[in-house]
Write a new protein. Structure first.
Lengths: 290, 192
């Protein structure tokens, strides 16, 4: 194994697991300030922010559920991806030993935890050959609680009177967040993938969770849906941890892709407030982290 | 802030109301999915003394081993609703007085709390590092090899573990209240 490369990935995991991105922290602080003075919802977000600070200072996991690991790796065309896969698996194991990660890979047949975050299709690694001359890596850690409240809808959906248009899409997102209540660790970040099949639907949705909070879709109709949903969802009163309040979600991202004529899926990926994502660039043997 | 120290009496539990802030001290036992299934199906006796008047914590911690001592590194709550099929039974079987978790639980557990004198205590999800600070000592671990770190029974001593009573022993649930209010708004938005 290329130990130097493994250590770059280990540092990427450490940063991701212990140091919440600044844009997410800033959105949490705005949420806290929006809650009434002396309210319990304000207290909940204040606690969350305190925890974020402590984790960063102590270099310990923000949340004990260090999630499932997803790596998106862009490599210059023609680069052998095997050393990268090996380094990622080595880094996952080393990060578990360093307590940046909880062992989170369980064999569903035997019930056995692999103990090192490496298993069948774990971590998930996607390689993308690209025309740039440098390596660009993104990591996402998504907790199980937020994954459990993610949802996929098939339009038309009768009980919601949701048809095959953006109005119908909006209704399914309202439903997903209502059903989630506080269980996905609100305030959450909601990513929606419209179209595709059942697999690519969730893939598109999850890919939106790499977006910086506050950025809007390039598509004017989707951007407008994002803004509307942000207002709608924060008017539901679910609040931080589902204990009531104004801040139910920190942002909403919507993206679309072509679908089969017979299908119309809306895939809603719920990300907890502990939205752990980081990137790393390896250029001319120089490594930088975002 | 109401101070509670284990073992906790039924009288102490009955005096708590949904919305009360509690500072917990004493022994807490972590248990989640594998643990609850095991408690109901196998009824292990080693938990009897630990849970009588005691507290279950829905948590799968990150734990460091320093020599022969365990230390909690990150230990926030996990989503409680997955234990709904088991919780009331576990409260009854072991005489549990409090269950800590996040996200709240449903009718069966609320009824179990009412009938047997227990409360559901809400901790802040995701606050792994902060909550680990209030875990002062790991006293024992059971089923570590078989269940793995997140699912094992970790017996620990906590000091000033701050939680909110969101389901009391009189049938009140803050989760029901919030859900009902948000349902009303959800239906308005659907009709928009």
């Amino acid at each position: 194994m290329n130990e130097k490369l493994r250590d770059h990935f280990l540092e990427l995991i450490r940063r991701s697991s212990t140091d919440l991105p600044k844009d997410v922290e800033a959105a949490l602080a705005r949420g806290r300030d929006a809650e009434a003075e002396g309210s319990s919802s304000r207290g909940v977000i204040a606690n969350i922010l305190e925890n974020v600070k402590m984790a960063r200072e102590k270099s310990t996991p923000i949340c004990q559920d260090t999630g499932s690991l997803l790596f998106e790796v862009n490599l210059p065309r023609g680069t052998d991806d095997r050393p990268y896969e090996e380094a990622i698996k080595g880094a996952a194991e080393a990060a578990t030993k360093a307590y940046y990660l909880r062992p989170n890979a369980v064999d569903p047949v035997t019930g056995k935890n692999s103990g090192n975050n490496v298993g069948l299709n774990t971590p998930v690694i996607h390689f993308h050959p690209w025309d740039e001359k440098y390596v660009f890596v993104r990591i996402m850690q998504k907790g199980g609680g937020s994954e459990n409240v993610s949802a996929q809808f098939r339009l038309p959906e009768g009980t919601l009177h949701a048809g095959r248009d953006l109005k119908g899409v909006r209704k399914t997102v309202l439903k997903a967040v209502f059903d989630a209540q506080g269980k996905g660790c609100a305030p959450g970040i909601i990513a929606v993938g419209i179209g595709g099949d059942r697999m690519t639907g969730y893939q598109l949705a999850k890919s939106q969770l790499f977006r910086k909070l506050g950025t809007r879709s390039d598509n004017a109709e989707l951007a407008s849906l994002e803004t509307q949903l942000l207002d709608d969802l924060n008017s539901m009163g679910i609040g931080p941890m589902g204990l009531g309040g104004k801040t139910t979600v920190l942002d909403v991202f919507v993206a679309a892709q072509h679908r089969h004529p017979a299908t119309y899926y809306v895939s809603v990926a719920y990300m907890c407030w502990a939205c752990r994502r980081r990137s790393m660039t390896i250029k001319d043997n120089e490594v930088t982290y975002d | 802030m109401i101070e509670l120290t284990t073992p906790i009496t039924e009288e102490q539990i009955r005096s708590l109301k949904a919305g009360d802030l509690v500072s917990l001290n004493g022994i807490v036992v972590t248990a989640r999915d594998a643990g609850h299934k095991f408690m109901v199906e196998e009824r292990p006796e080693f938990l009897n003394d630990l849970l009588k008047g005691g507290i279950i914590y829905h948590c799968g911690p990150v734990v460091r081993k320093d020599g022969d001592k365990w230390k909690f590194v990150a230990a926030g709550p996990t989503t409680s609703i997955r234990e709904e099929p088991y919780q009331a039974k576990v409260i009854e079987m072991y005489g549990v007085r409090g269950v800590i978790g996040k996200g709240g639980m449903k009718e069966q557990t609320l009824e179990g709390c009412r009938k047997f004198g227990a409360v559901y205590l809400h901790a802040i999800g995701g606050c792994g590092t902060q909550i680990a600070e209030s875990v002062k000592e790991v006293l024992a671990v059971h089923k570590l090899e078989e269940f793995g770190t997140p699912e094992a029974f970790w017996v620990c001593r906590v000091e000033n573990f701050q939680v909110v009573v969101t389901m009391d022993s009189h049938g009140n649930s803050l989760h029901e209240t919030v859900e009902a209010a948000s349902q009303k708004r959800f239906e308005e938005l659907l009709a928009d």
